[in-house]
Design a protein around this ligand. Structure first.
Ligand code: CAA
Length: 387
């Protein structure tokens, strides 16, 4: 049975910081951020957006009433969860108007969990061919002001509808994975920002890529020439570029050149948003679909998922006939171009204004143009609104 991604939507808030401005404020050469890290802009998350409101905004773009009727499972992947007990998915049941006959659950393994969710959805649909599953990866990547990780922050949500006879990507049963207990990046309970052993984390990411890609080739007999594009988890785009270099080492020059050209399409949106943890790999896939001009049905796309702590996985999907009808060329670029640029002072103020551990505080939602917003807390209960 053909099972995979039928629809894909994405949301990031209306505010951004230009990396040249950040470099100037932090006394760094702008080329370190623009070229060395590979980021030109960074999404700034206002206090009126969190993983749940961003997820609602992403899912709302792709779901019809008929989809909602067929969806019997919502898998919400995040590492920026807002409650230690209640899942983000159950808020979406009400906010987006799902029926009550739906399973709702939140999943965590750093930036990897949305990939696990896709495979769990695959298994569920294999046993229940008429059902559809909503998979969401939503995160707010925070390292702290004036930290080394600051330039690799960002945030947003990717929403995917997983179904039988998908119209975008048919997921292949070829995954290879590698798990190992390492401390490269983590966020202890009560901490608002991630702790990270930065250089070590970048090496573990690449080591895990070698493990899973070598095993993939041994398992399937496919070498790099079988791929038409490679998508990577992009904590910052230079890191994905380093993984690409490993993948194309020794490859036929034409194959290497094609994959390098497609990688520029893969990283185009992430370059302007930054890290978004669970959704990052799938933002890269959307960016490829919307920006490449030479994709064809049947082409094989490789996907490398990485979640610190750590889990790596490589798998592939085949583009479905008619996939281009599901995509609007460069549509998300228009959304990114319409964002409001903040000064560094404004960004710092926004960064410090989010609600944390407060019993009651309502937020000014008028300044946020998004359809779904986080309006504040009353007696520790989070308030979400559809405007
Ligand atoms: N012009 C061009 N390039 C320059 C430059 C200049 N003027 N100045 C420096 N550079 C280059 C450096 O040579 C370096 O390139 P290479 O990586 O190719 O060696 C690059 O810019 C970065 O410079 P530094 O290594 O000096 O940067 P740093 O010490 O400030 O730290 C970082 C960079 C480790 C990525 C840090 O930003 C960080 O800790 N980020 C968060 C952790 C992270 O993103 N890890 C990724 C793997 S973990 C993961 O994937 C999960 C996840 O989502 C977090």
């Amino acid at each position: 049975m053909n099972i995979g991604i039928d629809k894909i939507g994405f949301f990031t808030p209306h505010l951004y910081l230009d990396m040249k401005d950040l470099a100037q404020a932090r006394n760094e050469d702008p080329n370190k951020y623009l070229i060395g890290i590979g980021q030109s802009k960074m999404a700034v998350i206002p206090p009126t957006q969190d993983v749940i409101s961003m997820a609602a905004n992403a899912a709302d773009q792709i779901l019809t009433a008929e989809d909602k009727e067929k969806i019997d499972m919502i898998l919400f992947a995040t590492e920026s969860g807002v409650d230690n007990s209640k899942s983000g998915a159950v808020y979406l049941q009400r906010l987006l108007g799902f029926k009550n006959q739906v399973r709702v659950v939140e999943m965590k393994q750093a930036c990897y969990a949305a990939t696990a969710a896709i495979h769990f959805a695959h298994g569920h649909i294999a046993m229940n061919p008429d059902s559809k599953v909503l998979v969401i990866g939503a995160d707010n990547a925070r390292y702290g002001l004036k930290t080394k990780g600051e330039v690799t922050q960002g945030g947003g949500a990717a929403a995917m509808l997983i179904s039988r006879n998908p119209r975008i990507l048919s997921i292949q049963d070829d995954a290879t994975f590698w798990a190992e207990d390492v401390m490269d990046f983590w966020r202890p309970l009560g901490h608002d920002e991630a702790l990270v052993d930065g250089k070590y984390s970048t090496n573990v990411y690449l080591d895990f890529f070698k493990h899973v890609f070598d095993e993939y080739q041994a398992k399937t007999g496919f070498d790099i020439s079988k791929f038409d594009a490679l998508c990577f988890h992009l904590p910052y785009t230079k890191e994905g570029y380093k993984a690409l270099k490993i993948a194309i080492e020794g490859a036929d020059p034409t194959v290497a050149a094609n994959l390098t050209r497609e990688f520029e399409n893969v990283r185009k949106y992430s370059n302007q948003i930054g890290n978004l943890y669970t959704g990052s790999l799938y933002l890269g896939f959307l960016s490829l679909l919307e920006n490449a001009n030479d994709l064809k049905a049947g082409m094989r796309i490789g996907l490398y998922s990485y979640g610190s702590g750590a889990q790596g996985e490589f798998y592939s999907g085949l583009l479905r006939p008619g996939f281009e009808k599901q995509i609007k060329h460069q549509a998300f670029q228009n959304v990114l171009d319409a964002r409001q640029r903040l000064t560094v002072e404004e960004y710092e103020k926004v960064y410090n204004s989010r609600i944390k551990d407060e019993k009651t505080r309502m937020l000014d939602i008028e300044s946020d143009p998004a359809k779904y917003v986080f309006a504040g807390v009353k007696d520790y209960q989070r308030q979400y609104l559809r405007k």
